[in-house]
Design a protein around this ligand. Sequence first.
Ligand SMILES: Cc1cc2nc3c(=O)[nH]c(=O)nc-3n(C[C@H](O)[C@H](O)[C@H](O)COP(=O)(O)OP(=O)(O)OC[C@H]3O[C@@H](n4cnc5c(N)ncnc54)[C@H](O)[C@@H]3O)c2cc1C
Length: 391
Amino acid sequence: MRAVIQKFDGLILGGGAAGLMCAIEAGKRGRRVAVLEHADRLGKKILISGGGRCNFTNIHCRPDNFISGNPHFAKSALARYTPANFIALLETHRIAYHEKTLGQLFCNGSAREIVSMLEEECRAAKVTIFLQADIREVSRADEFRIKTAAAEFGAPALVVATGGLSIPKMGATPFGYDLARQFRLRVREPRPGLVPLLFDQPQRASYCDLSGVSADVVASCDGQQFREKMLITHLGLSGPAILQISSYWRGAEGISIDLAPECGITAVFRDPRLPRNSGSLKSELRKILPARFADRWLDLHTPTSWTNAALADFERQLHAWTVHPANTQGFDKAEVTVGGIDTDELSAKTMESRTVPGLYFIGEVVDVTGHLGGFNFQWAWASGAAAGRAL
Ligand SMILES: Cc1cc2nc3c(=O)[nH]c(=O)nc-3n(C[C@H](O)[C@H](O)[C@H](O)COP(=O)(O)OP(=O)(O)OC[C@H]3O[C@@H](n4cnc5c(N)ncnc54)[C@H](O)[C@@H]3O)c2cc1C
């Protein structure tokens, strides 16, 4: 006996931030859409985001907060669904929020409020949700057909919103990339982003007992730089500055860290009354770095002499500590995936494939990756809305 095919105007694979926003926008326009989510609940990543408070957007969101093979691609979608649009949605649901730092908006209460809001919007827009949908096969003839373990679905439009590879234990899968390849769309090699870095063995021996120590630094790599906190961990480096720069690190080059941004530690030694010795240098360094780190740095980088040239060399090293990480902590610890569906394959206005009509990719599965600070959710909302308005 042939299975009954459940027909919709659009099928959305993945019930995370991007998929739900797409479903809501399409549903509000009267489209019959269904979300197929393989987990047992919607928006699991939203729930764990921002330490449980979800940094849902950033009021200073600009196209240069995103990494992509084509830096112009995200502009159109970001301009048509802005942080103000999402804030307005939040306010209609009376969800209280605050700016933490650098334009980052967080819920006052819990990330659960965001998921409940999206679920409520889905109900109002008559979106059908299928949880624990185990997708076995995707094909396309006159329309898209999806076979799950339990049912068969058909629709003229298929939206892939299955996210990236970060945090496999939260349900991340390579499904979106595999599907793109099935339809002969190019994929830019996915790699972990916003991820802690691992020291090699000698660096670990030199610094990791300082685990927990943090400092205000400028971390630079590949022409980018971020001034934020750096944290020493038991395995290497983390903290916002390091997470940010990790998205630009490709393995070969070093990361340069300025441990004393905008400070000249050794300038004071121009005063002949100040003795040039390790005691005075240590006390100057301790004004800038936490004492344990300052002491360790001095132990490992003791000036070769007390001449002006040797002090200048000490100063130079302090502003350009070059770290060659052994690796990143990988997708298990990465907040995002850099790379994904090549944006040359997609319309910047609708996220539809240029070669397979009716096939859309949105959210993190696309080669658009935000900086730390609410930008990744803003991309999920904006790309989801772009596709939802086109279905
Ligand atoms: C710990 C952590 C904290 C974060 N905090 C923030 C933050 O505060 N602010 C911010 O902007 N970003 C944050 N991010 C990044 C942000 O969560 C993602 O960029 C965003 O969720 C991407 O949305 P998406 O809808 O594309 O993918 P996801 O939210 O990952 O949703 C994809 C959905 O597809 C489902 N799925 C996957 N494979 C299949 C399949 N084969 N079949 C059916 N369904 C499938 C998944 O279960 C999931 O529900 C954080 C990420 C992590 C890991």
